[in-house]
Ligand binder design. Structure first.
Ligand SMILES: O=C(O)CCC(=O)C(=O)O
Length: 318
């Protein structure tokens, strides 16, 4: 499909979406945690939807997300690693329920991701985790983590007006509260700018763990991070189950790299002002829109989870 901006309305998303303090935190550390993105009721509604999806995926035999046999999947979704009861990693969840699609198209999340992208964005993947303490966990040992990054520093980053941008950005919202023992995401702070072999960086961070920051935040908070940042799932040491929902965004000319096969019904239901978000565009132009300066005035309008079918469009003259 070859979409052109001229023929499509653009969704109304805040710009710049981050306060100067949030933006500076992001630039220094490669991430920022934004509180109160979702309300307690919105978190609970998403938890309910994800718990049903988890139950249905298990009942369907945990179809693997990249299976070549779409009918075995559940509402388009599959799991990344079958047989891990303590860590259900659900992939390609974008069409599994309208509330999930509303999360993906939440105007504030899109605004934050577009600000870090420095231009027009599209969805590249969508996931959710429901995880709990490993039964065999030895609490006497210092935890180690499956550290990784989704793109490398030079390819995945650029600066403009002195500010850092990345072409692979995630918004990860914890739907359950995260205290120190609840397995919040861990990151090696500042590693989004450090272009040395990840193994060396990780080894140093294990020797001085003050460089490993962990998300501790009330339910409804969003971790916004750039994928050149080295990160991992934290270790759950409590009895609390953790539920998170994640959207990955790229520039609009990147491909979708999930394994979701979208149904005709889903495809037909995508509103015009989200065609680029879901389909991207075949065009070399990344449609830049970069924050002019750190202290640029924040667009701090309030947006709810809402209904993805009812998103406002920008007036045509903007
Ligand atoms: O569980 C987490 O917080 C880590 C998520 C993660 O590694 C990712 O989205 O790439």
């Amino acid at each position: 499909m070859n979409y052109h901006r001229e023929s499509l309305p653009a969704m109304d998303i805040p710009f710049p979406a981050l306060s100067p303090q949030q933006r500076l935190h992001f630039d220094i550390y490669g991430y920022v945690v934004i509180p109160e993105v979702l309300t307690p009721a919105e978190c609970q509604a998403l938890i309910d939807v994800l718990q049903v999806l988890k139950t249905d995926l298990i009942a369907a035999g945990e179809p693997i997300s990249f299976s070549a046999d779409p009918p075995t999947k559940v509402r388009g979704a599959g799991v990344a690693h079958p047989g891990h009861a303590h860590h259900i990693f659900m992939r390609d969840i974008e069409q599994a329920h309208p509330l999930i699609t509303s999360y993906i198209s939440h105007p504030r999340l899109l605004g934050m991701a577009a600000e870090i992208m420095g231009g027009e964005i599209r969805l590249v993947e969508s996931n959710a985790y429901i995880n709990s303490r490993l039964p065999s966990l030895d609490k006497t040992e210092d935890p180690t983590f499956s550290f990784h990054r989704g793109t490398d520093v030079p390819y995945g980053s650029h600066t403009r007006n002195g500010l850092y941008h990345s072409n692979f950005v995630k918004t990860l919202t914890n739907l359950t509260d995260l205290d120190a023992d609840d397995g919040g995401t861990v990151v090696i702070a500042g590693s989004h700018k450090i272009d040395i072999p990840p193994d060396e960086l990780i080894a140093c961070a294990y020797e001085d763990r003050s460089m490993i920051h962990q998300v501790k935040a009330p339910a409804g908070s969003t971790l916004l991070f750039a994928e050149p940042l080295i990160h991992a799932t934290g270790q759950i040491r409590s009895e609390r189950e953790r539920v998170i929902i994640i959207s990955g965004y790229g520039p609009s000319h990147f491909p979708y790299w999930g394994d979701g096969e979208w149904s005709d019904e889903f495809l037909e239901s995508i509103p015009n002002n989200q065609k680029i978000l879901f389909h991207g565009r075949q065009n070399w132009n990344r449609q830049p829109k970069e924050r002019p300066s750190l202290l640029a005035k924040t667009d701090d309008r309030t947006f709810g989870l809402g209904d993805w079918q009812q998103r406002e469009s920008l007036p045509e003259d903007r």
